[in-house]
Design a protein around this ligand. Structure first.
Ligand code: ATP
Length: 445
């Protein structure tokens, strides 16, 4: 996957010409499209198709007060251990899980780098990136890069609730970059220090929170399945009491089975019942009134919050792995050939349609360009006239392009093109006049 991602310009190391930066990745033309399609599908499901959820975008740099009230300055840390022999540093809970079977298991740990068993005492390492705003670098200019998108929805709760005139149950959603100074980033884009999240805070009346929590667990699981992740590779894992965050009443993770990697079953998304912790904490710290006035009952109360918190970059990895297929297919002579196909849901595919003139000959070009111009206003398309048609089909199979449209010498006479389906490899002849509606039926939004 890493090789394919680099070769096809999906995802590759940042600043590679300077040697790169550990676990930091750039998204190329196709990777960017794929990641944005994942985000766009999330936004469509969570915001566009719901009348009670609205969106927002918060600034990435924020003042200390926000992160003090949220508990991040005190609690947002991981246990770090250092090997006394080689001085490599690791997350203690991850080492215990890997070597002893559970995050809190007792026993001696070995250094994954040098094998020695000489670790110092663990210390809590805060994961937030700190910087300064303005030309003076002193305590008064400290700002933090957000480690999650969620706090924006709490801090702006009252303004957005008033402006959008929503009543609980209602939600505020946000997607975008978050930053965590992870001790051990790795596994390609699974865990990075700069990543993207898709989070929604759903504000409900206390007492209805447990039912809404279950509702969102089911809805979020269904979202991954609807977009093509095989159900057997997904599961829900309940957090034990010792694992619950300081704010959470109940949390479950949606986990994905990352086959053929050291990740195994691992978290894609956390879905927490946060109670009224956050609104109360920000209300106390800021003095602002963050409760809800329930007019019909003439009561004020603080909503409880259900939070589905997903990783956009991590989900992109799961969609890629799940779609990656190598199959044997017969060629024109009946001999079996290996075919690599990204069986991405068409809604996620970076390129929806490739327009391929059968040959590079000048006589085909005007019609092929005409077809490309017709389709490019509807979808992300690619125009490709180099190498044999078979090679071009394979190239597009490998990046998951759902349809290839071939313009051949008959097209000039009959004004029809051949449409090839990525998964079945079936080809049908479609008049150019009907091409957009033919593809529209097969490329849902
Ligand atoms: P983990 O236990 O893996 O560190 P977390 O439980 O701290 O993750 P949350 O704070 O619940 O993660 O964040 C919500 C989602 O954001 C995660 O489910 C994951 O998809 C994504 N995420 C969190 N940290 C990272 C990271 N360092 N790189 C990529 N995605 C991340």
């Amino acid at each position: 996957m890493v090789e394919l991602a680099k070769r096809r310009g999906l995802v590759f190391p940042t600043a590679e010409i300077y040697g790169g930066v550990r676990a930091t990745w750039d998204y190329g033309p196709l990777g960017y499209e794929l990641k944005e399609n994942v985000k766009q599908q999330w936004w469509r499901t969570m915001v566009q198709l719901r009348d009670e959820v609205v969106g927002m975008e918060q600034a990435i740099l924020g003042p200390s007060q926000v992160w003090e009230a949220s508990g991040h300055l005190a609690n947002f840390s991981d246990p770090l251990v250092e090997c006394a022999a080689c001085h490599h540093r690791f997350r203690e809970d991850h080492l215990r899980e890997e070597q002893l079977g559970a995050e809190d298991a007792e026993g001696d740990l070995s250094c994954p780098h040098c094998g020695e068993q000489q670790f110092g005492d663990p210390r809590n390492f805060n994961l937030m990136f700190k910087t300064h705003s303005g030309p003076v670098e002193d305590d008064s200019s400290v700002v933090w890069m957000r480690p999650e998108t969620a706090q924006g929805m709490f801090v702006d709760f009252a303004t957005i609730q008033r402006a959008s005139r929503k009543k609980p149950p209602f939600g505020i959603a946000q997607m975008g970059k978050s930053f965590r100074n992870e001790i051990t980033p790795g596994n390609f884009i699974f865990r990075t220090r700069e990543f993207e999240q898709m989070e929604m805070e759903y504000f409900v009346e206390p007492g209805t929170d447990e039912d809404w929590h279950q509702y969102w667990i089911d809805a979020r699981l269904a979202w991954y399945v609807d977009l093509g992740i095989r159900p057997e590779n997904l599961r829900i894992r309940e957090h034990g009491d010792d694992e619950l965050s300081h704010y959470a009443k109940r949390t479950v993770d949606v986990e994905y089975f990352f086959a053929d990697t050291s990740l195994g079953w691992n978290e894609l998304e956390g879905i927490a019942n946060r109670g009224d912790f956050d609104l109360n904490a920000h209300s106390e710290a800021s003095g602002a009134n963050l409760d809800y006035f329930d007019q019909p009952n003439d009561e004020r109360w603080t909503p409880f919050v259900i939070e589905p918190a997903a990783g956009a970059t991590r989900a992109t990895l799961a969609f890629l792995i799940d779609a990656h297929t190598v199959e044997q297919v017969p060629d024109a002579k009946g001999n079996l050939q290996e075919r690599t196909v990204l069986k991405l849901d068409p809604r996620l595919a970076p390129i929806k349609v490739a327009v391929l003139p059968l040959s590079k000959k000048d006589e085909l070009r005007p019609t092929a360009r005409e077809v490309f111009d017709l389709l490019k206003v509807e979808w992300m398309c690619d125009y490709d006239e180099t190498q044999s048609i078979g090679r071009r089909y394979r190239r597009h199979d490998e990046i998951g392009t759902p349809f290839c449209v071939t313009v051949d010498f008959d097209t000039i006479e009959d004004r029809a093109v051949t449409v090839r389906d990525r998964d079945t490899m079936e080809q049908v002849r479609v008049p150019i006049d009907e091409l957009v509606s033919h593809l529209r039926d097969r490329l849902p939004r």
